[in-house]
Each structure stands twice: as structure tokens, then as C-alpha cells.
Ligand binder design. Structure first.
Ligand SMILES: Cc1cc2nc3c(=O)[nH]c(=O)nc-3n(C[C@H](O)[C@H](O)[C@H](O)COP(=O)(O)OP(=O)(O)OC[C@H]3O[C@@H](n4cnc5c(N)ncnc54)[C@H](O)[C@@H]3O)c2cc1C
Length: 469
């Protein structure tokens, strides 16, 4: 039996069989995504222990669901019935920070903010900053290719991954990528693993690029009476050739929910707030901040100014980060994650508003607006099944509209379970088959996070030579 096999191969204290405990590891933060019941949970401490778990699961044909902090918003870490949840929460070592090579080597369970603090102690900076940075893990960030607030200027997690150590679906422990500044030996398999949501391998160590610390940021806030005006301001900033270090959108629903919860005394005098930051030093930074303010005003801001009180500005950014958990207190939240070209942001926001009205669904909005990455949050009263059906339709229509505007169904949260239909809408059949071929090559036993991201072909077949005629 699997449990006996695991007890022979890894220390007993790594195993957790108590259903009351394993149940709390059975799902992520995507309240709407279904989940099954795990057989057990394992908390390995080393790559070799993860390898033993994967090998045992191959022998017994048991699915493995890798899990970081469970902050995912697509159901990617959700249990399938009878699976082993492989939690990296005990793998929290920051093995190395090298200021000369400007890299860090970490175990997958290191929390994003912990890495950022450790880098700061050495005058370094790890840019990817998902709003979940206080909780989410580097392993989870890599597996979802997480974005964040400063990604508008500094890119997403993939831009910082140099190398990975991974246990593949055949139970091999391999190193992918490199430590050097450059390197093109072979296919970029490390990049392939980034964003693979636990379906192609279990990440056991990550080598990340880091930057020197940057100058302090200035904040510009703009208040808008309509979300479409705020969208126009986002397009105007891009059209002016400005690359802010953050450009976030938060609407009144979110600010009110955070205020009710945290009593932060946020002045909610606008329907929508845009928060921009710039980290260009000196007079050029002042000019950039002024130029952003001008863009806000020209797009119809009712008020726009550079912040003179950085504590107040930090409070608004903190509110942005707390928006999702604050809204969850109002009722189940179905989180969208579409991303559209910058020029299409106002039109997409207008279509989202219209969809909410058409389906009588309350939609709050937060967005990494500068990236065109919008998070309409569909809120339904608890226990109202009809409202749930309407919200689901609205969710699907938002994906359709994003694709129609040249966008994608997910900018950063991943496909998981919630967006599997969206993936099929977005990608042509031939590209879906490439996904299936990659999955079959790296996970031939089909045990790594099965049923997520890419579904089997309708007839159950796998792409192979016959498909090439
Ligand atoms: C309040 C809040 C704010 C958020 N803000 C952002 C944001 O700004 N940007 C953003 O991109 N996301 C955001 N998210 C979503 C989420 O935090 C990210 O997707 C994050 O990267 C998930 O990390 P995690 O450690 O919680 O991973 P989990 O949720 O545990 O897992 C996520 C996926 O990664 C896989 N996985 C985890 N660890 C490994 C591993 N070691 N090897 C292989 N696969 C693995 C899992 O199987 C799953 O498919 C937010 C979520 C919340 C709740």
C-alpha cells in the first residue's frame, strides 16, 4: 500500500493522514472551483524526499497535487479524490543569495516577502510582487508564473527564473536552466516548467535573478467618477510612453469593503481610484510623476495629485492588496483575470460593466491596470443559487470579450480548473494538442496534478505520429 511504501522511504513525521487536517489542504482560494478528498498529505523537507513521494505515487498510480501556500485563484492546487497533497510548506530554506552573480537559490516553500526581505538585507531586490506576497510561495509563484504590482515595469516571475530543480513525472530529479547571466544550451525547459501549474513536474529548488535595490518611489493618485475614464487614463499613460513602476486600479466597492474590515479610514470620494508609482530618481522622476498626473487629468479625473504623504499612499496600496480577502467577507467571490492590450482597457472595462448589468451581478474591480490585467470580482450573496448561475454566465462572457479584444483569459492566475473552458476557446486545436504532447512526454503516467490546465481529447486519445498523417 502507498502509505506503507512512503513510511519505508521518508520519515514518518512527514505524513499527515488525519482527514480533519488534510481537508484544510484540499483547496486553494478559488471558492468556486470544485475539489476532491485527498488520501493523505506529505510535507517533505528535501528534493530527495519529494522524489521518493513521486516514485511511490507512480508505482501505485496515485495522483500527486503539489501545493505551496494555497493562495491560488484558479483551483490549481485543489485535491482530486484519493490524491497525495504534496505541500512544500516545510521547505523554507534560502540556500544562497549571491550579490556578485545577482542571484538567489531557494527551496520552493519560501514565502515571497521573506525572500524580498532577505534580499533587502544585502542591498538587493527581487521584483515580482504578487498582492499575495505576504503568503504565497516562490514555488507557487513559479508554477503559476505570478505577476504583481511592479510587473508593469519589471516583468513577471518567468523573467527572473534562471534555473529549476524538478522531479519529473518519471521520478527523475533534474536540473533545468542555469546560473549564468546567459545560456542557450538546449531547449529552454526551465521556462516550459514556469507556469505549468504542477502538471509537468514538482519544483524542488529555484534559482532566481535579483536586482540591486531601487530608489524610493513617488505615488500619484487619481480619482475618477467612471471606470471607463480610469481606463482611458491607463491608455493615455501608455500612449505618452511612460512606464510607471506600478499602475493599479481599485474601485469603490473594494475600498469600502477594506474600510469596513480594517477601519483604515480610507476616504472613498470616487467611484474608481488609479494608483501609479514611479521609481525614476531625481528631477526626471518628478517630471514623470507630473506627466502621469496630467494623463489622469486629461482622461477626466475628478482629482489627481502627487502624494505628499507616503504613509497615506502606502495605506491605499495596502487597501489594494487587501481588496480580495475583504470582498470575500461579503460573499463567495468568482475572480476573473483577463488581460487585454493597453489600448483596449477602456473598452474592456465598459464591456465588463455592461455584462454585470445584463446579468444582474455585482462586479467589483481591481486591476494591474498598466498591464491591461483586469480582475473583475463577481460577488454573489451566500446561498443564492440563481445569482450563482448569473455570475457564472457573466464570468464566461467576460472571457469571450477579452479574447475578442485580442486578449487572454488569464494574465497571471493560471488555468487551474476555473479556466479550462477558456483555454479551449483561446487556443487552436493544434496548439492544444501540442500541450497534450508535452504533458504526455513529461508526465507519461498522468499522475501530476491530473485534470488541471489541459483536458484529454474528447475521445481520450493522445496526439502521436498518426496525427501527422
Ligand atoms: C489576496 C490575493 C492576492 C493575489 N494577488 C496576486 C497577484 O497580484 N498576482 C498573481 O499572479 N497572483 C495573485 N494571487 C494568486 C496567487 O497568490 C498566486 O497564483 C501564487 O503564485 C500562488 O502561490 P501559492 O504558493 O499559494 O501556490 P498554490 O496556490 O499552493 O499553488 C498554485 C499552483 O502551483 C502549483 N505548485 C505549487 N507549488 C509547486 C511546486 N513546488 N512545484 C510544482 N507546482 C507547484 C500548484 O499545484 C498549483 O497548480 C493572489 C491571491 C490572493 C489570495
Amino acid at each position: 500500500m502507498l502509505v506503507e511504501r512512503l513510511r519505508e522511504r521518508i520519515p514518518a513525521d512527514r505524513l499527515q493522514l488525519d482527514p480533519a487536517v488534510t481537508a484544510s489542504y484540499a483547496h486553494d482560494e478559488a471558492e468556486w472551483a470544485p475539489h476532491g478528498t485527498p488520501l493523505l498529505m506529505v510535507r517533505p523537507r528535501t528534493a530527495e524526499e519529494i522524489q521518493e513521494v513521486v516514485r511511490a505515487c507512480i508505482e501505485h498510480g496515485v495522483p500527486v497535487v503539489p501545493r505551496g501556500a494555497g493562495t491560488g485563484l484558479s483551483g490549481g492546487a485543489n485535491a482530486v479524490n484519493g490524491c497525495v497533497i504534496l505541500s512544500t510548506e516545510a521547505m523554507t530554506a534560502i540556500t544562497e543569495i549571491d550579490p556578485l552573480e545577482r542571484l538567489a537559490v531557494v527551496q520552493p516553500g519560501v514565502v515571497n516577502d521573506q525572500l524580498r526581505s532577505a534580499c533587502a538585507e544585502q542591498g538587493l531586490w527581487y521584483p515580482p510582487d504578487p498582492a499575495s506576497a505576504p503568503w504565497s510561495t516562490i514555488g507557487g509563484n513559479v508554477a503559476t508564473n505570478a505577476g504583481g504590482l511592479c510587473c508593469v515595469k519589471y516583468g513577471v516571475t518567468a523573467d527572473y527564473v534562471l534555473g529549476l530543480q524538478v522531479v519529473t513525472g518519471t521520478g527523475e530529479l533534474v536540473r533545468l536552466g542555469r546560473r549564468t547571466a546567459k545560456g542557450v544550451a538546449g531547449y529552454d525547459l526551465a521556462r516550459l516548467l514556469v507556469g505549468s501549474e504542477g502538471t509537468l513536474g514538482v519544483i524542488t529548488e529555484v534559482t532566481l535573478r535579483v536586482h540591486p535595490q531601487r530608489p524610493p518611489e513617488r505615488t500619484v493618485a487619481g480619482y475618477f467618477s467612471s471606470i471607463v475614464d480610469a481606463g482611458r487614463a491607463v491608455t493615455a499613460v501608455g500612449a505618452a510612453g511612460i512606464v510607471p513602476s506600478a499602475l493599479e486600479l481599485v474601485d469603490r466597492h473594494c475600498l469600502e469593503a477594506v474600510d469596513q474590515w480594517k477601519k483604515m479610514d480610507l476616504a472613498v470620494e470616487a467611484e474608481v481610484i488609479l494608483l501609479a508609482r514611479c521609481d525614476v530618481p531625481g528631477a526626471a522622476g518628478d517630471d514623470e510623476a507630473d506627466a502621469i498626473r496630467d494623463c489622469f487629468e486629461q482622461a477626466g479625473a475628478t482629482w489627481a495629485a502627487r502624494s505628499t504623504d507616503e504613509d497615506e499612499a502606502d495605506a491605499l496600496f495596502a487597501a489594494r492588496r487587501l481588496a480580495y480577502p475583504a470582498l470575500e467577507r461579503l460573499g463567495p467571490v468568482l475572480t476573473e483575470d483577463v488581460c487585454v492590450p493597453k489600448a483596449a482597457v477602456p473598452e474592456m472595462l465598459a464591456r465588463i460593466e455592461a455584462i454585470g448589468q445584463r446579468h444582474d451581478t455585482l462586479i467589483a474591480n481591481i486591476a494591474h491596470a498598466g498591464d491591461g490585467n483586469l480582475h473583475p470580482l463577481l460577488i454573489t450573496p451566500r446561498g443564492d443559487d440563481a445569482a450563482r448561475v448569473r455570475a457564472q454566465r457573466a464570468f464566461e462572457e467576460i472571457m469571450v470579450e477579452a479574447i475578442a479584444l485580442g486578449g487572454t483569459v488569464t494574465g497571471e492566475h493560471g488555468i487551474g480548473l476555473l479556466k479550462m473552458d477558456g483555454l479551449v476557446q483561446e487556443l487552436p486545436a493544434a496548439v492544444l494538442d501540442l500541450h497534450r504532447a508535452v504533458k504526455a512526454a513529461l508526465d507519461p503516467h498522468g499522475i501530476l496534478n491530473p485534470g488541471k490546465v489541459i483536458a484529454a481529447r474528447a475521445d481520450g486519445s493522445t496526439p502521436g505520429p498518426a496525427d501527422r498523417g
